[in-house]
Design a protein around this ligand. Structure first.
Ligand code: ZN
Length: 262
């Protein structure tokens, strides 16, 4: 009767028979530490271009210079046995695949449920941050939104403050109008939003980014102290120029004089 090994290769030879009466053959596993080229045993240092490169002059303690690491019993099968074994193996593989598919589907469903819940709880915040995103996956707000959505993180108080601050700032910027006419001397109530120190060889000057009482963008660059960040100051100013910076109408002032609080 024709016999095959587990991989389906036809066995040519006389099989041995094990204690259970099943046919097998002995297969030599080559030594992976040494090999023979031109009758000389060589030490395998590594593989280069699919060929081992070697060093000579040693005894291989792995195989005792036999070139055989070990001999294993290799079961032989009839065509009928083999087809049964293969069918059973295929069935196991199919079952495993189906289980993996089901697990993946369950995981995706869990994630969808979690995302729905997360979006419901954080709808207001997510709507706000969506207005800031440019959807390039790179910008700060895009990265923040992606990070939160990845793990359904609850936004921190600081993150909420940042997003709401930016939304409010952009709303004001969108409606910012020029104040007065160039050369006018007028009084303004300014909220100081940011103070940026500029150091040079002549000393430090400050760029003050402010809003007037109507939310218009007003900037002052100079050395006069018109207040700290967050403070509201009544100031008599001269309108120096009207500029558009990053699409925002900005009124640049000079020679500010602090007035008494209203
Ligand atoms: Zn060896």
């Amino acid at each position: 009767m024709e016999l095959f090994n587990r991989d389906g290769k036809v066995f040519n030879g006389s099989p041995e028979v094990n204690a259970k009466g099943k046919p097998y053959t002995q297969v030599a596993i080559a030594c992976d530490r040494c090999h023979v080229i031109g009758g000389q045993r060589l030490w395998i240092m590594g593989i280069e271009n699919n060929r081992p490169y070697s060093r000579t002059g040693f005894e291989c303690w792995t195989c005792g210079n036999t070139g055989v690491r070990k001999v294993v019993d290799d079961r032989l099968y009839t065509a009928e046995e083999l087809s049964k074994i293969n069918a059973a193996a295929q069935k196991r593989a199919d079952k495993r695949f189906a289980a993996e598919q089901a697990a993946a589907a369950a995981k995706a469903a869990d994630r969808a449920t979690a995302e729905t819940a997360y979006r419901a709880v954080n709808a207001d915040f997510l709507a706000k941050i969506a207005t800031l995103c440019v959807n390039d996956g790179q910008a700060f707000w895009d990265r923040l939104a992606a990070d939160l959505l990845q793990w359904f993180k609850t936004p921190t108080a600081r993150q909420i403050e940042l997003v709401e601050g930016e939304v409010a700032k952009r709303a004001k910027n969108a409606t910012s109008a020029f104040v007065g006419a160039v050369g006018d001397k007028i009084e303004l109530t300014l909220t100081i939003e940011r103070v940026i120190p500029i150091n040079s060889q002549f000393g430090t000057t400050y760029i003050n980014l402010c809003r007037d009482q109507n939310g218009n963008s007003v900037t002052y660059k100079g050395n006069s102290d018109i207040g700290a960040v967050g403070e509201v100051s009544n100031v008599r100013v001269t309108i120096k120029e009207h500029t558009i910076y990053n699409g925002v109408n900005q009124t640049v002032i000079q020679r500010p004089k602090l007035l008494q609080a209203a």
